[in-house]
Design a binder for this molecule. Structure first.
Ligand code: SF4
Length: 384
């Protein structure tokens, strides 16, 4: 398949209601189960090792009108939490057998219990992932949380996660993440051949399919992109930071690129490419996954990293991607992103790296003011 055909297929998959994605897979796998994971990181390997289909749960985007969820949350709460709940009320996730949330923020914590209370018949689990990265017991603790999740699967669905099955799933997801890292590296080298909207749609589609299938199309895409004809343009190379949970509307990413940016790094869909390198291959797979969560994690506002300043990881990202500036893109009311914004901004200023901020909501329709702001920022940098 050509890159254009693969991208069309990805767009079509991303546009499909989440429950329909699950039902289609289940029709081909009678008796199968599908479990969806809320951002940021969730152990898709465990869901896969239980023989189920792991899916990303990313809210309703622009497609869902809030009719019930607004009444269950305060008005000052991010859109993804409300629209994720709304998916349940409108039966858009019918066909999904379970949901996994984790302690990324107070909103996600409440969402998990509100979901459970409103939909008592579906499996809902809340993972208490470790926040302390310096204690010697932390990797073991993470492994015990992962084991607890598998016990939940066994209790709810009668599906056991054996160590050999988990080891195999870790291998499969290592292979998938290696392809994603290769695509990200390709975009750093040749952003004119791979736009961020295309990369984002591809990655999002990969979280809605069995990983074995996604690996095949990512390989084909990378091979095809190398042959794509595209001339480099005079654009500002930027890192997008802050969109690790609620995902910006596609229209906003398009505007960013049209306004003169090459996005060469970002934190979109971060949980699905959480590890900086492969999860280790030897030893107890629960321990390996737990240790990787703590020691091989990409820098993120939703995991406390006591070993270095908040801006260090971002500055490294800027240097590694040979970027010229940072565009902070936090979701409106996203506390982890907005708290870190202050610290990261200070770090960038000390390092002399220019930045701007663009807040977004899932249901953002008009981008003209944002386009003007980005164009002004780009021009001030390119024609200084
Ligand atoms: S968008 Fe931010 S505040 Fe909302 S659930 Fe995600 S991390 Fe929490």
């Amino acid at each position: 398949m050509t890159p254009e055909q693969i991208l069309d297929q990805c767009r079509e998959l991303v546009a499909r209601p989440l429950g329909a994605v699950a039902e289609r897979w289940k029709a081909a796998h009678p008796g199968g189960r599908a479990v969806a994971a809320y951002p940021v990181w969730a152990p898709a390997e465990l869901i896969h090792a239980a023989g189920m289909l792991p899916l990303s749960l990313l809210g309703g985007g622009t497609s869902v009108e809030l009719t019930h969820a607004d009444a269950r949350f305060q008005s000052f709460v991010c859109s993804i939490a409300k629209s994720t709940l709304e998916l349940g009320f409108q039966d858009i996730v019918k066909g999904i057998d379970g949901f996994v949330f984790s302690n990324i923020c107070d909103v996600a914590r409440n969402l998990s219990s509100i979901y459970h209370r409103n939909f008592p018949d579906v499996f809902v689990e809340y993972l208490h992932l470790p926040q302390n990265s310096t204690s010697p017991g932390v990797a073991g603790y993470a492994a015990s949380e992962l084991r607890r999740l598998t016990q939940g699967f066994e209790g709810a669905f009668g599906l056991k996660v054996t160590e050999p099955a988990l080891a195999k799933s870790i291998e499969t997801y290592n292979a998938l993440r290696a392809r994603v890292r290769a695509l990200y590296a390709f975009r750093i080298a040749e952003p004119q051949r791979l736009s961020t909207t295309d990369l984002y749609v591809t990655l999002r589609a990969a979280t809605l399919a069995p990983p074995e299938d996604a690996i095949g199309w990512l390989d084909d895409l990378l091979a095809g992109l190398r042959l794509r004809d595209a001339r480099p343009r005079d654009r500002l190379r930027v890192v997008v930071e802050g969109a690790f949970c609620e995902q910006p509307p596609l229209g906003l990413l398009e505007v960013l690129e049209e306004a003169g940016c090459y996005v060469v790094e970002d934190d979109l869909m971060l949980g699905w490419r959480w590890f900086t390198a492969d999860v280790a291959g030897d030893g107890d797979p629960f321990e390996r996954l737990g240790a990787a969560y703590v020691n091989q994690a990409v820098p993120s506002s939703v995991r406390h990293e006591g070993r270095e300043h908040r801006s260090t990881g971002l500055i490294e990202k800027v240097r590694r991607a040979n970027a010229q500036a940072v565009v902070f893109m936090p979701a409106k009311f996203c506390e982890p992103a907005l708290f870190d914004y202050v610290l990261m901004k200070q770090g960038l200023e000390r390092a002399g790296i220019p930045h701007m901020i663009v807040e977004f909501e899932e249901k953002m329709w008009t981008f003209e003011r944002t386009r003007n702001e980005i164009e002004t920022f780009v021009e001030s940098m390119l024609f200084d």
